[in-house]
Ligand binder design. Structure first.
Ligand code: XMP
Length: 515
């Protein structure tokens, strides 16, 4: 591997955030298990070492320790939080149990800038999260910054280029944390800017090819950002050894299946199998109003259909892997006392339990990346903006946007209304500015008048929200003129709807979806 920074993982939830910050500095890094041998790091071309934080206490028996020889390699070392305490403890200092945890914001007062704090102001707001405290510095070390609760918030041995900090420079709440990391990585380790998305793609492709060999891969393509980018990347690596399965559950938006077929089948020349199962889904949903039952039926039927598609494929080819577009935020890192940090997968995906049952291995090429990086990757791979910046769409699709029982006629009304909303959001340049914009079908009939005729039709609600993470949301202040055009067009162009209403509820207490 080319020159890089080694991040030794002691199980912090921020380890991947450190790696991500290093990518932002355009420098190559790699996360290693905490006990990787110094000789292996040397051979791999490491230029500096970061010891991550972690949930353990250096005072506990069996807490994770690095190979002590990493301190004899002549390489700069930066210990963060648990990493700092470890370094101090292993190099002859003393760590003690603190009477209280230092958690949250603190003010860092810099006493000596040295190489680490070059170009930074004297005081910084930083984010702390640690229990133990350093009491005696190891030989050769000095304190260069303090916080309200700790005289040893940052320590250094300038001769050996060893640094330790109790705060987390990698998190967004730490002011100028990027500059601190930048000083360590660029000035102290003297790393070159050798990371780029193009290189990352090249590296991933190589890895995917090595992992897959001559086997085949199945991927459940939903058309969403994550599965689309995973498909494009794996396809670039292994071409026709990848087969994507797209399930038409009858709850898709207007022309959605056709668009997927056109983009992936025709444009990307991907081996795409479309399971046309709308009748099966809609039959099973007939007469069901309860949102949770709808979700269950849709989820279970999806698993069944996907399972069937996989079984069929496995009979015909050497399929050994199931690919998923799992991102880093979907992965929970945890550390076990004796073993290496283990990664657990949140089973929020419909296919969460499938790989085991299907005797397939998992391939997750995006699991180190954050959403914005996945978007950058997708763009670099040539996916269009409409895919890369697509708004979220729930797995159960329009099934949870039709209140009451799902009927084909209601779906038709919702699809047409939703397509008009989409067109107008695009035309007014608002589509990419909001978090989500969609229509909800209300099975409520109201009276209207069209021309000389009295009408008695359904209501469509507009749900347009702004959010950063879907945990909270506010309704979008869409200009009246745009709302007027949307409403006029829906009422005039969609038969079966004579009234459009606007949802002005925030989340909480409302949710984004209506079901
Ligand atoms: P709520 O309605 O809970 O939605 O405020 C938060 C975000 O999650 C999406 N959502 C779902 N996504 N399966 C999904 O894949 C679901 O069952 C589901 N329900 C809600 C919703 O669109 C919003 O972005």
């Amino acid at each position: 591997m080319a020159e890089h920074i080694a991040v030794l993982d002691f199980g912090s939830q921020y380890t991947q955030v450190i790696a991500r910050r290093i990518r932002e500095l355009k420098v190559l890094s790699r996360i290693y298990p905490y006990n990787t041998k110094a000789a292996d790091l040397k051979q791999a071309g490491v230029k500096g070492i970061i010891l991550s934080g972690g949930p353990s206490s250096v005072l506990s028996k069996g807490s994770p320790r690095p190979d002590r020889k990493i301190f004899q390699m002549g390489l700069p070392v930066l210990g963060i939080c648990y990493g700092e305490q470890l370094m101090a403890h292993l190099l002859g200092g003393k760590v003690a149990k603190s009477t209280h945890r230092e958690f949250g914001h603190g003010t860092l007062t810099i006493k000596k800038k040295g190489k680490l704090f070059t170009g930074l102001p004297k005081k910084l707001r930083v984010w702390n999260s640690h229990g133990d405290r350093l009491e005696v510095l190891p030989p050769g070390f000095e304190a260069i910054a303090s916080t309200e609760n700790s005289p040893y918030a940052t320590i250094q041995d300038a001769k050996r280029n060893f640094f330790g900090m109790q705060f987390h420079p990698e998190v967004a709440h730490s002011e100028m944390g990027m500059e601190v990391l930048g000083n360590f990585i660029l000035k102290i380790c003297k790393c070159d800017h050798n990371w780029s998305m193009a290189n990352y793609i090249e590296h991933s492709i190589k890895q995917i090819r090595e992992t897959i060999g001559d086997k085949r891969v199945i991927l459940g393509l939903s058309g969403g950002v994550d599965s689309s980018v995973a498909a494009a990347l794996i396809h670039r690596a292994i071409g026709k050894q990848l087969t994507c399965v797209f399930v038409d559950n009858g709850l898709l938006r207007l022309n959605e299946r056709e668009q997927v077929e056109k983009l992936y089948g025709d444009h990307f020349d991907l081996d795409l199998r479309v399971a046309r199962k709308s009748k099966l889904f809609l039959d099973r949903l007939a007469g069901v109003s309860d949102p949770e039952r709808k979700r269950k039926i849709i989820g279970n039927t999806f698993v069944e259909v996907f399972d069937e598609a996989v079984t069929k494929l496995k009979k015909r080819g050497n399929y050994a892997f199931l690919a998923q577009g799992t991102l880093y935020p979907d992965v929970i890192e945890s550390v076990s006392i004796e073993g290496n940090p283990a990664a657990l997968i949140k089973s929020h995906h419909n296919v969460g339990g499938l790989p085991k049952r299907m005797k397939l291995k998992l391939l997750e090429p995006l699991r180190e990346l954050f959403k914005d990086e996945v978007r950058e990757l997708g763009t670099e791979l040539g996916l269009p903006k409409e895919v890369v910046w697509r708004q979220p769409f729930p797995g159960p699709g329009l099934g949870v946007r039709i209140m009451g029982p799902i009927r084909k006629s209601n779906l038709d009304v919702l699809r047409k209304a939703d397509a008009i909303l989409h067109e107008e959001m695009m035309a007014s340049d608002l589509y990419y500015q909001v978090w989500q914009s969609f229509c909800v079908f209300l099975p409520v009939k109201t009276v209207g008048v069209m021309g000389d005729e009295r009408t008695y039709e359904n209501v469509v609600a507009l749900r347009i929200v702004e959010s950063v993470d879907a945990m909270t949301a506010d309704w979008s202040r869409v200009p009246y003129d745009v709302l007027r055009t949307i409403s006029n067009r829906i009422i005039n162009e969609v038969s079966g709807c004579n009234r459009v209403v606007l949802d002005i509820s925030s989340k909480p207490p409302g949710t984004i979806e209506w079901e």
